[in-house]
Design a protein around this ligand. Structure first.
Ligand SMILES: Nc1ncnc2c1ncn2[C@@H]1O[C@H](COP(=O)(O)OP(=O)(O)OP(=O)(O)O)[C@@H](O)[C@H]1O
Length: 774
C-alpha cells in the first residue's frame, strides 16, 4: 500500500529563524583538491534472591490449566488468548476483547474511571470515599487512606523519607478529601499493614483479582502478605484530580526551557515539509492511517498529554504506526530522522496500557519463583543504544504518561546502580534501558522481564548490528521475557539495512513494515555540502565553517582522543565548545549536552555517541570533521539537524581516506538532489567499498526485505560480533559496557563476567571489545 501523506494539512508553524551565511569559508579551504585521488592506495576502512530457583525452572505454583507458550523454554503456561495467530498477540492478562480498533479507548473514561474489560465492575476513583494524605497513587490499607511513606521530593526525581512532612495538602476536589500526612513512622507502619483494606476505598482495587489475572486466582492479597504493595494498588487511567501525581518534576519543563533558550528559535514542527513524503506499508491488510489525533480514539488522557506536549497533528510515521500498533501487530518502522518516531511507538503503547487499566497481574507461578519482594516487572521495555537517548526517551514517556498512573523509569550504565534500583522499585511500568545495565539489574533480581508485553528497539538497526546483537539476543531470548508470539515487538530506525531486517525477523512475530521517506530526501530540509580537505587543513576549515552559520553546531569526529584534541583547539581559539564521548563521565556527558542544548556552549564536538536519536531542536549545522565509514552512520549524524521539518546544513570534510564511503555518498547526494563535486565522483572510480551496496537508490531509508526474499525469517545467525578485543579508539556510539568501573553503588563482590544464563552469547568477552567506547 502506498500513500503520499497528503492527508496532512499544512501548517507553517515553527520554521527556524536561522540565518545561513556560507560566505565565511575561506578560499583556501574551498579550493578543489590539487590532486584527484587516483593512486588507489586509500585505506578502507536471577539472580533471584537466595534460592535462585526461578531460573532453574523449579517453579511451583502449578499449571492452572493455562499455558502460555513461552518461547524460551519458560514455564509452558498459557491461556487460550495467548495463542493467536496471524500476528495477533497475546492479550494482556487484564486486557479485554476490544483489540481490533481504537474504539475501545473511549470506554476508558476520563477521571480514572476505567472500564473492566471482562465485565467486572471497575472502581471509579471519582466516587471513592477516601481520604488522601499525599498526591500519589499509593494508599494504605485502612480507612481508604492514601499515603506515601517515602514522600516525594520535588527536585530531581528523588524520594526522601518524610520529606514532605511540612506540606499542607488540604483541599477537597472530586470528593477526595486530602489531609495532612501522618508522621513517617505511622505511614511506614501503614504500608506494611495487614492488608485489611478500608471498605470505603473503592480506589483500592481489591476486586482486581476477579478479573485481571486471567482467572489464575488471587495473586497477592489472599496470601495475607503484601509482597507487592505498590503494584496491587496501582491503576492506569486519567488520574488527574484523584490526588495521583507522577514521579519527578513537570515533564514538560524542557519545552519551557527551549522557549527561553538563548537562540530564540522556534522548535515547532513544519508540517509543510511532510506533505509529499512517500509512505509505504506492507505486511498488513486493511491498513488505515490516522487523520488526526482528535479522530484517533486514543485514550482521552493520552490526548490531553499530546496537547500538553504541543503536538497538534501526527507526523506521517505516527499516523501510520499508531493504528498498526493498536491492532496489536508487530512493527518494523523505518522513518527519516527527526520525524517523530519516539511518539510513534510511545503513543500507541501507552494507549494500550491505558486500555488495560492497570499493570497486568503477575501469575502465581512467577511470583512463586521470586524471593525478592521488590522486584520490578515492567510492562514495556524500550531498549536504546546510548545513555543519552535512553534518558531522552524516558523524558518523552514522562510527558505522554503524565497523570496516567503509568510510571516510566530509565536505567543506564555509568550512573549509580543503587539509585536506579530504588527508582524501579517504586513502580516501573515503562522501562527505558541500555542493554548492559539492564542485564545487570535482571541478574541481580531488581528487575524481571517476565511480564514484558511490549518490547521496543529504538535505533533497531544499531541494536542488532554486530556490537549489540548478542546482548539483545540474550536479553530477549534468555532472560524470561515472553516469547515473540506472546509479546508485541516494535522496531524503529531511520535506516534498516536488509541484513539487519533479516536478523530482526528472529525477534518479531508476523510484522508489518512501515517506511516513511528518509533524511535528506528533500532538498530543503538538509543542505548537504561536501568539501575536499586534507587532514592537516581540517582545523583551519572547521574554524571558518564555525563562523558561517548561526545556531548550534555539532562536529562529529571518529575517536575519543580526536574529540578531546579538537575541543581543546577550539576552546583555545576562543570558541565556546564542549565535547561528548565515551571516555567522559556520565555527569560530564550530561553536562556537556545540557550546555549545548541551551546554547551556553553552542559547539559540541562528538563521537558517534551523539549520532543517533538525540533531539536537540536548534542544531543548524552538522560538520562531519571525520566522515564515518558507513553511510547509515552519516545519515544519522546529519539527521541531528533539519529535524521536525526544520532546515539545516550538513558539511562533510572529505579526502582520500574516505574512499570507502564515496560511492554511497554520491548516491545519497544525487538522490537528495544535492550538488555532487566532480572530484567526489572520480573518487568512486577507485573506491573499493560501498559500490555494490547501492542502499540509497530509493526514496526510503529501508525497504521491506521480504519483498525480495520469500524465505523471510530464514537467515544465518550472524551473532558473531567483533570480538577482536582491539581498542582502536573509535567510539561506536553504543552503551554496551556494564559498569565500566564507574558505579559506586554497585556490589563489587560479584562476578560480573559470568553469563548466568549460559547462553554463550553476549558474554563479557565480546563486550570487552566495545568497552573502550563506553
Ligand atoms: N506530532 C508532532 N507534533 C509536533 N512535534 C512533534 C510531533 N512528533 C514529534 N515531534 C517533535 O519532533 C522532534 C523529533 O522527534 P523524535 O526525536 O521522536 O524524532 P525521531 O524520528 O525519533 O528522530 P531520530 O531518527 O533522530 O531518532 C521532537 O522534538 C518531537 O518532540
Amino acid at each position: 500500500m502506498v500513500e503520499n501523506g497528503t492527508g496532512i494539512e499544512s501548517a507553517s508553524a515553527g520554521v527556524s529563524k536561522m540565518s545561513i551565511n556560507e560566505s565565511g569559508v575561506s578560499a583556501a579551504a574551498q579550493a578543489p583538491p590539487k590532486q584527484v585521488p587516483n593512486d588507489g592506495t586509500g585505506k578502507k576502512k536471577g539472580k533471584n534472591g537466595s534460592t535462585g530457583n526461578k531460573k532453574d525452572g523449579n517453579k511451583s505454583g502449578g499449571n492452572k490449566g493455562n499455558t502460555r507458550n513461552r518461547q524460551n523454554g519458560g514455564r509452558g503456561k498459557s491461556n487460550g488468548v495467548n495463542n493467536k495467530q496471524d500476528g495477533q498477540k497475546r492479550k494482556p492478562v487484564n486486557s479485554g476483547d476490544k483489540q481490533e480498533s481504537l474504539a475501545g479507548a473511549k470506554n476508558s473514561s476520563a477521571g480514572g474511571a476505567v472500564s473492566s474489560q471482562d465485565g467486572a465492575p471497575r472502581a471509579k476513583p471519582n466516587n471513592a470515599n477516601f481520604k488522601q494524605t499525599q498526591p500519589t497513587s499509593r494508599c494504605n490499607g485502612e480507612n481508604g487512606r492514601y499515603n506515601n511513606s517515602r514522600g516525594y521530593q520535588s527536585n530531581g526525581n528523588k524520594f526522601q523519607e518524610g520529606s514532605r512532612e511540612g506540606r499542607d495538602l488540604d483541599f477537597d476536589r472530586n470528593n477526595v478529601v486530602f489531609e495532612k500526612p501522618k508522621n513517617s513512622f505511622e505511614r511506614n507502619y501503614d504500608r506494611q499493614g495487614s492488608g485489611s483494606r478500608g471498605q470505603n476505598n473503592d480506589f483500592v482495587r481489591h476486586e482486581r483479582s476477579n478479573y485481571s489475572n486471567g482467572g489464575r486466582g488471587n495473586y497477592n492479597i489472599q496470601h495475607g502478605q503484601r509482597r507487592y504493595p505498590d503494584r496491587e494498588k496501582r491503576t492506569w487511567g486519567d488520574l488527574e484530580g484523584t490526588g495521583y501525581r507522577n514521579r519527578g518534576d513537570d515533564p514538560f519543563w524542557r519545552r519551557k526551557e527551549n522557549v527561553d533558550a538563548v537562540l530564540e528559535m522556534s522548535t515547532g514542527i513544519n508540517f509543510d515539509k511532510y506533505d509529499d513524503i512517500p509512505v509505504e506499508v506492507s505486511g498488513i491488510d486493511d491498513h488505515r492511517h490516522l487523520e488526526s489525533f482528535e479522530q484517533s480514539d486514543l485514550h482521552p488522557r493520552l490526548l490531553k498529554n499530546v496537547g500538553l506536549a504541543g503536538y497538534s497533528k501526527p507526523t506521517p510515521v505516527q499516523r501510520n504506526s499508531i493504528p498498526i500498533v493498536v491492532r496489536e501487530r508487530d512493527l518494523m518502522a523505518c522513518a527519516q530522522t527527526g520525524s517523530g518516531k519516539t511518539a510513534a511507538f510511545l503513543l500507541p503503547v501507552i494507549h494500550r496500557m491505558l486500555e488495560m487499566g492497570a499493570p497486568p497481574a503477575i501469575p502465581e507461578d512467577i511470583l512463586q519463583g521470586i524471593n525478592r519482594p521488590d522486584t520490578a516487572y515492567p510492562t514495556v521495555l524500550v531498549l536504546a543504544p546510548t545513555r543519552e537517548l535512553a534518558v531522552q526517551i524516558h523524558e518523552e514517556a514522562g510527558k505522554f504518561s503524565y497523570f496516567s498512573g503509568i510510571e516510566s523509569c530509565v536505567v543506564y550504565g555509568g550512573a549509580q546502580f543503587r539509585s536506579q534500583v530504588s527508582e524501579v522499585k517504586r513502580g516501573c511500568d515503562l522501562l527505558v534501558a541500555t542493554p548492559g545495565r539492564l542485564v545487570d539489574m535482571v541478574e541481580r533480581g531488581s528487575l524481571s522481564l517476565e511480564m514484558v508485553q511490549f518490547l521496543i528497539l529504538d535505533e533497531a538497526d544499531r541494536m542488532l548490528d554486530m556490537g549489540f546483537e548478542p546482548q539483545i539476543r540474550n536479553i530477549v531470548q534468555r532472560m524470561g521475557m515472553p516469547g515473540r508470539t506472546e509479546r508485541q515487538t516494535l522496531m524503529f530506525s531511520a535506516t534498516f539495512p536488509k541484513e539487519i531486517q533479516s536478523l530482526a525477523a528472529d525477534f518479531l512475530g508476523d510484522y508489518a513494515f512501515l517506511t516513511v521517506g528518509r533524511v535528506g530526501s528533500t532538498t530543503d530540509s538538509i543542505i548537504q555540502k561536501v568539501k575536499y580537505c586534507p587532514d592537516d587543513r581540517k582545523p583551519e576549515l572547521v574554524i571558518d565553517l564555525l563562523g558561517s552559520i548561526a545556531g548550534l553546531t555539532l562536529v562529529f569526529v571518529e575517536t575519543k582522543k580526536g574529540a578531546d584534541i579538537l575541543e581543546r583547539m577550539l576552546t583555545r581559539q576562543g570558541f565556546p565548545a564542549t565535547s561528548i564521548h565515551g571516555d567522559r563521565s556520565q555527569d560530564e556527558r550530561l553536562e556537556a549536552l545540557h550546555a549545548f542544548r541551551v546554547g551556553l556552549r553552542p559547539i559540541l564536538v562528538a563521537t558517534d555517541v551523539a549520532a543517533r536519536g538525540l533531539d536537540i531542536p536548534n542544531v543548524t549545522h552538522v560538520i562531519n570533521y571525520d566522515l564515518p565509514s558507513d553511510i547509515d552512520d552519516y545519515v544519522h549524524r546529519i539527521g541531528r539537524t533539519g529535524r521536525a521539518g526544520n532546515t539545516g546544513v550538513a558539511t562533510a570534510l572529505v579526502n582520500e581516506k574516505n574512499r570507502n564511503i564515496a560511492s554511497d555518498l554520491v548516491d545519497l547526494l544525487t538522490e537528495a538532489q544535492q550538488e555532487v563535486p566532480s572530484w567526489l565522483k572520480s573518487m568512486t572510480k577507485y573506491s573499493s567499498g560501498g559500490g555494490g551496496k547501492k542502499r540509497y537508490n530509493s526514496r526510503f531509508g529501508g525497504k521491506d526485505y521480504r519483498k525480495d526474499n520469500p524465505n523471510r525469517g530464514q537467515h544465518n545467525n550472524k551473532s558473531g560480533g567483533n570480538s577482536n578485543g582491539r581498542d582502536n579508539g573509535r567510539d561506536n556510539g553504543r552503551d554496551t559496557g556494564r559498569d565500566n568501573g564507574r558505579d559506586n553503588g554497585r556490589d563489587h563482590g560479584r562476578d560480573n563476567g559470568r553469563d548466568r544464563y549460559g547462553s554463550g552469547h553476549g558474554g563479557s568477552a565480546r563486550q570487552s571489545s566495545y568497552k573502550s567506547a563506553w
